[in-house]
Design a protein around this ligand. Structure first.
Ligand code: NZQ
Ligand code: ZN
Length: 386
């Protein structure tokens, strides 16, 4: 296990009714906040009214930025920064899924930055200061509620990049699984694929001594496999929603990656799909992951797939290679069983932009991955996924 510095400062209020913590905790941070949310789901499920009531009773003034898009766009970030500056806003409150929280984070950092916020998106070193960020999570997926990352798109340039810093980690996040009851079956499935992909990105690395982290990862994967089908079928099953919600935070907050050299592979590839086709992040991950697994499986990497097959899928019989291949098949079948597509053509993606997409993904550090990948490797994986 390698050296690491543990730093997970986000306070979590988890469970039913925890929205009651919002006003009293937020007023100590700022009495003047920007409330950021998406396309209206929080108005339909009543969360908006609860948030407003918390702000009012705590004597907190607020301005609003609504309509943050899935795969949040840089234009929304710029709009939020303008509101913050014009109104002397002291904190950013995100109520929504990962897109809303990510947008809030770069509004928070961009308000404290003299240049255009896109500069902070392409160069995380330019994020040195941010307004405090607070979140109320409504979708179990990205882990943005407990990490410092933000992923922002500029569709005019077909670019989608991840950025972030410790200063953009939320000060506190409220995680009430009941607010995820209204998440559609498709978003529930996509969110689960995202949680699993974060876990895979951490799990598939060459570090053999981080035994504990590997077992954490397997626990998260088993949790997703057990509870996603329940939540897809029975959206108001509290136990399922609660386990998926905590899995979302744990997959990416650092506990699974400390002590290892992790270099993510499938995420950079998926970000290119989203950058060119604006697709749902988790859907792209579910399609690409099994093909990436097939591509990187070889005599040197098989040991890790055997661990995965035995510990997660309980596949005990067969040669190492057979166990590994069965585990990959089970992964693909699982995603299909919760309603996710298995090929790019199912979501109308063809090979038109594969060259440029593969180049851009490869430039995102793929040579440091579980096994090093270059542009041609990525292109082959895209082609396998067609
Ligand atoms: O916009 P509203 O109306 O709220 O509807 C949203 C949106 O249409 C809806 N939704 C959210 N909560 C709901 C709900 N609908 C009903 N009931 C609820 N309780 O779901 C749709 C998708 O929301 P979005 O926030 O886009 O989904 P997600 O949480 O999956 O976020 C995806 C974004 O996060 C980035 C992705 O790339 C993508 O841009 N990521 C962020 C990461 C991070 N910050 O660490 C890491 C991830 O790997 C990922 O890249
Ligand atoms: Zn992700």
């Amino acid at each position: 296990m390698q050296n690491f510095n543990y730093n997970i400062p986000t306070k979590i209020f988890f469970g039913k009714g925890q929205i009651e913590q919002l006003g009293s905790n937020l007023k100590d941070i700022s009495k003047n906040v920007l409330l950021v949310y998406g396309g209206g789901s929080i108005k339909k499920n009543g969360l908006y009214d609860k948030v407003v009531s918390q702000l009012e009773s705590a004597g907190i003034e607020w301005k609003e930025l609504s309509g943050v898009e899935p795969n949040p766009k840089i234009e929304s970030v710029r709009e939020g920064i303008k509101i913050c500056r014009e109104n002397g806003i002291g904190a950013v409150l995100a109520v929504g899924g990962g897109s809303t929280i990510d947008c809030a984070k770069i509004i928070a950092s961009g308000t404290c930055y003299d240049g255009d916020p896109w500069e902070q998106v392409v160069d995380s070193n330019k994020i040195t200061k941010a307004l405090p960020v607070v979140s109320v999570l409504t979708l179990s997926a990205t882990g943005s509620e407990m990490d410092g990352f933000a992923v922002i798109s500029d569709m005019e340039k077909n670019e989608k990049w991840g950025t972030g810093n410790d200063v953009t980690k939320p000060v506190f996040s409220i995680l009430d699984p009941e607010y995820t009851y209204t998440v559609s079956a498709r978003q529930t499935a996509a969110g689960t694929a995202d949680i699993m992909s974060h876990t895979f990105e951490n799990y598939f690395n060459q570090e053999k001594g981080a035994y504990l982290q590997a077992r954490f990862c397997e626990g998260i994967l088993k949790t997703c496999i057990k509870y996603a089908p329940v939540a897809v079928k029975t959206p108001d099953n509290y136990e399922a929603r609660a386990n998926l919600m905590w899995a979302s935070s744990m997959a990416i907050n650092g506990v699974c990656s400390y002590g290892e050299n992790t270099a993510w592979a499938v995420h950079p590839m998926e970000h290119e799909l989203s950058a060119f086709y604006d697709i749902t992040h988790g859907v792209g991950l579910a399609i690409l992951t099994p093909y990436w697994m097939e591509y990187v499986l070889n005599e040197d990497t098989v040991w890790k797939f055997v661990e995965y097959g035995k510990n997660v899928w309980n596949i005990q019989d067969g040669s190492d290679m057979e166990i590994a291949k069965k585990a990959i098949d089970r992964t693909k079948e699982f995603f299909a069983s919760i309603g996710l597509p298995s090929t790019l053509s199912e979501i109308n993606i063809n090979n038109e932009h594969f060259d440029i997409m593969a180049q851009k993904a490869a430039d995102c550090g793929l040579k440091f991955g579980f096994i090093p990948l270059d542009k041609n490797d990525v292109k082959k994986i895209f082609e396998m996924a067609l």
